[in-house]
Design a protein around this ligand. Structure first.
Ligand code: MRU
Length: 365
């Protein structure tokens, strides 16, 4: 998708052929800045500091992290240390584990001298596959949007989304946004309600992306979605995910579960765009077993933004004496999920539904 009209991916190999460029998501929406990652330390820091964020992009960046590590030292011990360092950055998005293990295990049988080149190849393949996967999710999801359009032909389809499951969170297209971008490009009118997603405001990134593509949208407070659903202003909720259990439970940004409850109470379909690298086939019960990231409470109590001069400013908005708990993700039980939009098609959020859709599909470990 586009930045200032120019087609752009969120991650790329720089002209030197080995360092890795990413968009600095901490600078958005005030400025479009890029960062060059030259070592596994740079990659781990960028993920931890949330300069790169969103499950598929975290996975893709970590894959290049192993490649950068292999370039510096291709020994088994150095690669194991790099894998451990990357895996320790963030706990919830399973794409991180999937990508690191995929690159690391592909290098195991190779001579040290061949490892860096192979690692770059796999990391680049992971990026290209991500683009394909998201495009396929878009093709399946846009059919849903078209079907919904026939119910209210006099207005754009009203989609509500939470967090950023857009192209910034992936390599391109986004997961939840892929159907929206395709609908918009094919002149199917669509309007997106964007939950701002406190405290890290990933919804603002979604809004920025949608504005770049000219998709009509409106930012709302996280707590406003239920009311809009009750008044009939939402046709469908589509979110992304950081980890889907084998039984269809969906971990995503905190607040997603509340949106799913409101959707169920108001008869609004609740879909999750779920690329296969976000499915944790080893996880039986997502509600009980998903590791939930707990972050610094200062992300809640300190609000960061631009002042009137355009400079970044921080203000404290909580009473000094009040403790705060900053949980970054929650899990929506499968029973509240209308369907999982995957690259293979739309699956019911059940163990059988997922297994049937992916039967016979070779899944890289
Ligand atoms: O904490 P973040 O900013 O990395 O979280 C991003 C999200 O939770 C996204 O909604 C999720 O990764 C789905 S991405 C397509």
């Amino acid at each position: 998708v586009k930045v200032d009209g120019v087609p752009t991916r969120s991650i790329w190999l720089e002209a030197d052929g080995w360092s890795v460029g990413v968009i600095d998501q901490l600078a958005l929406p005030a400025a479009v800045r890029t960062v060059t990652l030259r070592s596994v330390d740079d990659v781990a820091r960028a993920i931890r500091e949330m300069r790169v964020r969103g499950a598929p992009l975290i996975g893709a960046t970590a894959a290049y992290g192993i490649a950068l590590a292999a370039r510096a030292d291709p020994s088994d011990s150095a690669l194991d240390a790099a894998a451990g360092q990357l895996l320790a950055t963030r706990p919830t998005a399973v794409n991180l584990r999937w990508a690191v293990q995929r690159v690391r295990s592909s290098l195991a049988g190779l001579q040290p001298g061949a490892r860096a080149e192979a690692a770059y190849e796999i990391a680049t393949r992971i990026c290209d596959e991500d683009v394909q996967i998201n495009h396929s999710i878009g093709m399946h999801g846009v059919k849903l949007l078209r079907a919904l359009a026939t119910r209210n032909p006099d207005r754009p389809v009203q989609v509500l989304t939470h967090c950023n499951a857009g192209w910034l969170a992936t390599v391109d297209w986004g997961t939840a946004t892929a159907p929206i971008y395709l609908a918009h490009r094919h002149d199917h009118p669509v309007h997106v309600w964007v939950a701002e997603t406190r405290p890290r405001l990933q919804g603002v990134l979604t809004a920025w992306e949608l504005a770049q593509e000219g998709v009509p949208h409106t930012i709302i407070a996280d707590s406003a979605g239920a009311h809009l659903m009750q008044r009939g202003h939402v046709d469908v909720v589509i979110t992304g995910t950081d980890r889907v259990s084998a039984s269809g439970d969906v971990a995503n940004k905190i607040g997603t579960y509340a949106a799913a409850l409101a959707a169920r109470d108001n008869g609004v379909p609740f879909y999750v765009a779920a690329p296969s690298p976000s499915i944790d086939w080893q996880l039986a019960d997502g509600v009980r077993e998903t590791p939930i990231e707990e972050r610094d409470p200062r992300e809640l109590s300190v609000v960061r933004g631009r002042d009137e001069r355009g400079d970044i400013a921080e203000v404290i908005v909580y009473p000094d004496a009040s403790p705060a708990l900053n949980l970054a993700f929650d899990v929506t039980p499968a029973r509240l999920v209308t369907g999982l939009i995957t690259e293979q098609g739309i699956a019911p959020a059940t163990r059988d539904g997922l297994a049937r859709l992916f039967a016979g599909v070779t899944r890289p470990a």
